[in-house]
Each structure stands twice: as structure tokens, then as C-alpha cells.
Design a protein around this ligand. Structure first.
Ligand code: NOJ
Length: 557
């Protein structure tokens, strides 16, 4: 039987189906979808988005000043990485006060104004919650380390060493060196999965759990619509502190490779996620999780039984594909569609080399950036964009060790250059410092800001930004894209990835040329009407695609 026959069957079957069924939850639409299932999320690294006071570092008033830009782009919710008071060892992921704003970013009053400005434009605010560790300058830790009998002693994980100079076990910090730091004041070691300046909280202590749940309540009352939960898999450790298995070789920091069997992904994590979810539900909020899962069984656990944990565990599977591969993406979309919960798609963030470089081939990077947008923004699921992705911002890695700001880039140089490259200032225009700040910014902008900036791209109908805007506008108005099922098409085509999104007798076909050659894809449909296309034309049921071209079209059966 011909491939074309099966394409026709798939099209007809998909058109007969009427999208995703589901019980209608509170505030949900006819298909049972909550607001966050139709929303487009956008991650903002506040140090680097917009600087309102000219000190070279971004701030909350800067974000507020760009709300109209975000609205016009088609963003429904912004996730702001930590902006709480912090010594900034890990640029905010070392929190010294969970219920305030770092003066470098503004005040609680500025925060409230930002929430209001967002609300007026239909943009919700998602905060980043760091539950695993605090800063070593947090009042809880300062008390904890002061004596073995301090009120907060058991809020962190203190243990005796195995002997002079010997930590309690072989656990390695993700950021280099042993995960234990000796503290002479009380002659014990404390545990830190990340930097030594980020001591792990002891979630087995009910007082810690209560303080953290109360913190989320405090922010919900202040108007936040949810949290992105940092490093959730690291919340608990084996109470017996068993050694992790040692694997062959060393990592980029020169430490032995180990498998984090006894200090990540313990079952207790899920007990706490259920509790955090209960509080979130009382506030009608959404929980997004930084969940580094490597398979669907692991991802499924984070949705919980009957959807009682994270609504949006992040799926990083796309970020593991460094070269465009229709077969690999097809496999991953099928896998995530088989998961227990609603898919969440991510192609970049502040810990990963920018998608522009990761998928780009160095020659057709703009076309590839558009292709990736047409791809992940038309899938069944919620996308989380990373600021600057929409203008084709590239990584700007430091070239000298002395310029590196991210500590892991200094300790791991040159194998590990750190994460500065993906955290550079947003490129607003072609003026000095890309219009981000009047002063030299905390990280330098790449030379490409002259062409890749908001002002220039807004004027150019063929820019990466213009393509993002068109796709996002379509996504918000087209029912098949919002509600529809997903059906893979032409699955034996090694170059053109194609699929249908169908809902109530209407369908949108997406065809993406993942190769550097011109391609033709044939679909057994009556006709196609282009909705958004770049480097592609539809002729009857066929699509002709330029290298890395994409077609999003309405199907006439
Ligand atoms: C994950 C965050 O995304 C990363 O930036 C941070 O360094 C670690 N968690 C530690 O909080």
C-alpha cells in the first residue's frame, strides 16, 4: 500500500477526531483546558532584559517598560528568574530573603506596579522559587551555622566528617568539588548540591516545609500566577548518606563522574510537590518544574497521580537535539504526546547555549531560527520561550577567563566557559549597548546586535521577529492550533517534518524542511491555504520548500 494512502487515512482520521477531550476544570474552556495550556510563556533573565536606571544591570521597572512589547509579541505570562535579595554568587539562585526584592532590581512597590502593568495587558507573572537551597547569607543559615544547638541548626544538613579532612560521603557538587563544606565553628560539614554558598535546606524538617509553603502563599497573595520551581529533583537526600556509584572518567570540573542515585530524584520529592500543588490550587496558580527527565516514565511521575503534582514539568528533550533531525524530533514529539499530562516545550534557557547556535549551521541561522519557531510554537502543548530567542540572539561566550562572571566558567575554564554567553543583554536597537543600558552592561553584547535587534527587525517583514509574531498571533486565534490533536504525516521522509493539528473538522498542516536542500512534500489533501510561510509555497496538496523553509497551512480536505 502506498505511503500516500496512509497519509490520506491519517488526514481523514484526524479530521474526524475532535481534539483533546477532558473533564472541564474550574476556569477551563470547552475542551477542559486551563489558561496556561493556551498561554505562551516567556522567560526573562532580569539582569539582562532592560535597565531603567542606567547602572548596567536590568531591573523590574525595565521589565514594566517593555510590557507593550511583550503584549505585541504575543506573550501571555512571563517567568522572571530570581529577583529576591541575594549576594548574587549564582546570580539570584542564592536567595537571602524569600519575601523581598533585591535593591538592584527595585522594590516591592516596583514589583506590584509590574504585576499591575502585566494584568492590564493580560500578562501574568510567574516567579522563580528556589526550594532546595538558600544563600549562605540567609538569616536561617547564619543562625544554623552559629552553634549545634541553634534554633535553625536542623534547617540545613549538617554531618560529622569521616575523619580529619574527610567529608561524610563521596557526593560531588554539580558546580565542582565535594558537595560538603567543613565549618570550623561547629566542627561539622554542611551539604550543598550547588555552590558552597548555596547550602541545601533540610526538607525533612517540618519547620522548613512550613516556611517554604508559606512563602508561596505570600507571593500568591501579592498577585503571582505561579512558580517555576528550581532544581526540584534535588530536594531530598538519602538519610543514610550512602555513597553515589562512581562512573568512569571525570567531568568538565575535573571531578570523578558519579551517578546521583542517593541525592537526586528521591520519592519524597513527590510528596512535597503534592503539598506545593495543594497550595497552588487554592490560589488557582500554575507550577512549572525544572525537571531534567531523560524519559517519559520519569516525566510522568512529575505530573503526579491524577494530575496532583506539577501542571507543567519542563520537557528538555528538544534541547538534547543539537542538529536538526526530522526523525529525532518526530520521535520526541510522539513520546511527549504519550505522556500523562500536557506537554511543555522548551528550546532554550539561561543554562543552555542559545537555540540560535545550537540548531544553527552557521550559514542559515536565521532561517533555522524561524523554522524552529514554526515547529515548537505549533505543537500541542505549552511553549516557554527564552528572551531574545525571537530576534535570533546568539551566544556571546567569553574569550578570556578573566572576563567570566559565572563561577563555573572560571573553575572549569577552558572546558567549561560558564553560562554568561546565553545571558547577555536583550538587543533592543542598534545604538550603543544595544539600547539595553546607558552604561556598559554587566555582560557585553555580541557584534550581531547591529542587525539582530528589536527596532531593526520590527521594520523587516522577513525578520526572525516578524515570523515569531505571525506564528504567535496565529496560535492564539486558530482553534486547531490551540485545541487540536497531533498527527504525524509522511513519517518516512528524512528531511521534511510534517504534521496535522486537527479540531472539529478543521485542520492545520505544518511542513518543515529540516535540510539544506530544496524539497517537495506531497500530501493527499484537496488543497492547502498558507497561513504563515517562509521559504515555502503550496500547490494543491503539495508544498515546495526552500532550504529550512516552513509552511503552516489550512487544509481543504
Ligand atoms: C537551576 C538554575 O536554572 C540554574 O541557573 C542554577 O544555577 C541552579 N538551578 C541552582 O539554583
Amino acid at each position: 500500500m502506498s505511503g500516500r494512502f496512509w497519509v490520506m487515512v491519517a488526514v481523514v482520521m484526524a479530521l474526524l477526531g475532535s481534539g483533546v477531550a477532558g473533564a472541564q476544570a474550574k476556569g477551563a474552556d470547552a475542551e477542559g483546558h486551563a489558561w496556561w495550556q493556551h498561554a505562551v510563556f516567556y522567560e526573562i533573565y532580569p539582569r539582562s532584559f532592560a535597565d531603567s536606571n542606567g547602572d548596567g544591570v536590568g531591573d523590574l521597572n525595565g521589565i514594566t517598560s517593555k510590557m507593550d512589547y511583550l503584549r505585541e509579541l504575543g506573550v501571555d505570562a512571563i517567568w522572571i528568574t530570581p529577583c529576591y535579595p541575594s549576594p548574587q554568587v549564582d546570580f539570584g539562585y542564592d536567595v537571602s530573603d524569600y519575601e523581598n526584592i533585591d535593591p538592584m532590581y527595585g522594590t516591592l512597590g516596583d514589583f506590584d506596579r509590574m504585576v499591575k502593568a502585566g494584568r492590564e495587558r493580560g500578562i501574568r507573572i510567574i516567579m522563580d522559587f528556589v526550594p532546595n537551597h538558600t544563600s549562605d547569607q540567609h538569616a536561617w543559615f547564619l543562625d544554623s551555622k552559629s552553634s549545634r544547638t541553634a534554633a535553625h541548626r536542623d534547617w540545613y544538613i549538617w554531618r560529622d566528617g569521616k575523619g580529619p579532612g574527610k567529608p561524610p560521603n563521596n557526593w560531588i557538587s554539580l558546580f565542582g568539588g565535594p558537595a560538603w563544606k567543613y565549618d570550623a565553628t561547629t566542627d561539622q560539614y554542611y551539604y550543598h548540591f550547588f555552590y558552597a554558598a548555596q547550602p541545601d535546606l533540610n526538607w525533612r524538617n517540618p519547620a522548613v516545609e512550613k516556611a517554604m509553603l508559606d512563602t508561596t502563599r505570600w507571593w500568591y497573595k501579592r498577585g503571582v500566577a505561579g512558580f517555576r520551581l528550581d532544581a526540584v529533583d534535588t530536594l531530598f537526600e538519602d538519610p543514610e548518606l550512602r555513597d553515589d556509584p562512581v562512573l568512569p572518567g571525570v567531568n568538565k570540573q575535573g571531578d570523578p563522574n558519579t551517578e546521583n542515585v542517593y541525592n537526586t530524584n528521591l520519592p519524597e520529592v513527590h510528596t512535597e510537590l503534592k503539598k506545593l500543588r495543594k497550595v497552588a490550587d487554592e490560589a488557582g496558580a500554575v507550577l512549572i518544574g525544572e525537571t531534567w527527565t531523560s524519559n517519559i516514565a520519569q516525566l510522568d511521575k512529575y505530573y503526579g497521580n491524577g494530575g496532583d503534582e506539577l501542571q507543567m514539568p519542563m520537557d528538555f528533550m528538544f534541547t538534547t537535539v543539537n542538529k536538526l533531525s526530522a526523525a529525532e524530533f518526530r520521535r520526541q514529539v510522539a513520546a511527549v504526546n504519550s505522556a500523562r499530562g500536557w506537554p511543555v516545550f522548551v528550546i532554550g534557557n539561561h543554562d543552555l547555549v542559545r537555540s540560535y547556535n545550537r540548531y544553527g549551521n552557521g550559514k542559515n541561522n536565521d532561517a533555522i531560527a524561524k523554522l524552529m519557531a514554526a515547529f515548537y510554537l505549533t505543537l500541542r502543548g505549552t511553549p516557554i520561550m527564552y528572551y531574545g530567542e525571537e530576534i535570533g540572539m546568539e551566544n556571546n561566550d567569553p574569550t578570556r577567563r578573566e572576563d567570566v562572571k559565572d563561577p563555573i566558567g572560571r573553575t572549569g575554564w577552558p572546558a567549561e566557559k560558564g553560562r554568561d554567553g546565553e545571558r547577555t543583554p536583550m538587543q533592543w536597537n542598534g545604538a550603543a549597548n544595544a539600547g539595553f543600558s546607558e552604561k556598559a552592561p554587566w555582560l557585553p553584547v555580541p557584534a550581531s546586535y547591529k542587525t539582530h535587534n528589536v527596532a531593526a527587525e520590527e521594520k523587516n517583514p522577513d525578520s526572525v521577529l516578524s515570523l515569531y509574531k505571525k506564528v504567535l498571533a496565529l496560535r492564539h486565534t486558530n482553534e486547531a492550533l490551540m485545541e487540536g490533536s497531533y498527527t504525524a504525516l509522511n513519517e518516512d521522509d528524512a528531511n521534511v517534518m510534517a504534521y496535522l493539528r486537527s479540531y472539529k473538522g478543521k485542520a492545520v498542516l505544518v511542513a518543515l524542511n529540516m535540510s539544506g536542500e530544496r524539497r517537495e512534500a506531497r500530501f493527499k489533501v484537496g488543497g492547502l491555504r498558507a497561513l504563515v510561510a517562509s521559504g515555502a509555497v503550496a500547490k494543491g496538496g503539495d508544498v515546495e520548500l526552500e532550504p529550512f523553509g516552513e509552511m503552516i497551512a489550512e487544509v481543504n480536505p
